[in-house]
Design a protein around this ligand. Sequence first.
Ligand SMILES: C[S@@+](CC[C@H](N)C(=O)[O-])C[C@H]1O[C@@H](n2cnc3c(N)ncnc32)[C@H](O)[C@@H]1O
Length: 364
Amino acid sequence: MNLEEIIKDTIIQNQAPIGFDEFMQLALYYPKLGYYRSGSEKFGEKGDFITAPETSDLFGFCLAKQCAEVLKLEDDILEFGAGSGVLAAQILFELGRLNKLPKHYYILELSAELRYRQQQTISSVLPELLGRVVWLDELPKGFCGVVIANEVLDAMPAKRIIQQKKHFYELGVGLSQTGFDWQIKNIKLSENDYALPSLMSEGYTTEINQQANAWINALHDAVDNALILLIDYGMHRDEYFHPQRNDGTLRCYHHHKASDNPFINIGEQDITTSVNFSDIADQASSSGFNIIGYATQAMFLLSLGIDEYLLNETDENKRITLAQQVKQLILPSAMGESFKVLALNTTQQVKLTGFKEQDLTHKL
Ligand SMILES: C[S@@+](CC[C@H](N)C(=O)[O-])C[C@H]1O[C@@H](n2cnc3c(N)ncnc32)[C@H](O)[C@@H]1O
């Protein structure tokens, strides 16, 4: 059976529509066939989308500077969903230059194929540091150091919900004669339990991400003394549930083309939803984390001196190339404002350099 048939069969066996989170779980993570479990090229120009570390080494260098500020002698770094491994290589390279290498650079990666690619990337650019990189199968215990998740929360399966007669209901995935079909499940969601907006227009559709919340909770149990950096596209609650955003944030990417149809290219396209950073922050606080900063990606990178890297480049041609990359990372029309950085920690409130120029925590 191919993946489409497997998902259809799951719905038939269920004798009712499945939640969109279950559909997304199968489409992205079904062993060997799900988008993130198969061998297809995903990142970069030949793939489906380009992430910040794929755009420029300066992204990882700035993150390294932020890590260097808090890393203690025996501390480690833990990266979730490390993609092609370029971010790990950038961070290790710059921490080496700053003489602040972590004891281990752990990677928790769900895809065996991506693990292999990460090993290839690191061994080709930093063979001398490969020994510090350790791939984990599960969350560690008593972790100390820095946790990084770039574009990971948006890839976690979300539920899709719809407002009907002043209440939110779960929107499931069922089958019609033409294939997959959105079908309302008879499960009313309490506005208070999920901090949902009231009085939206009839048919207002949006997403909630219970898996992301559960992950934050599990992360708190796994860390002892840590700084957590969550970087993703998303916004605070009022913007997320803006009355005009009446069809939610669900997006699919296939060969750099965006669509809002998750029922095509099954297993061959990325499916994502934006991050509701207020929900993440609320969950983080109730799990026991401190919220220590929230800023746009642009202001975070500028606070960490991304422009200085550019000015320090003496080769004219390289500087022009770097300038193009920096624009992509910081311009509002590119990744600068739609991407945010949320920082959490487990100890006391500290002011990190990354939030020197902007801290929007009050908006969460
Ligand atoms: C859009 S890609 C981002 C890859 C990379 N971080 C980058 O910026 O290029 C999303 C990644 O998150 C991973 N992911 C999703 N949920 C995860 C989880 N619970 N633990 C670890 N990785 C996860 C996926 O497997 C996928 O590799």
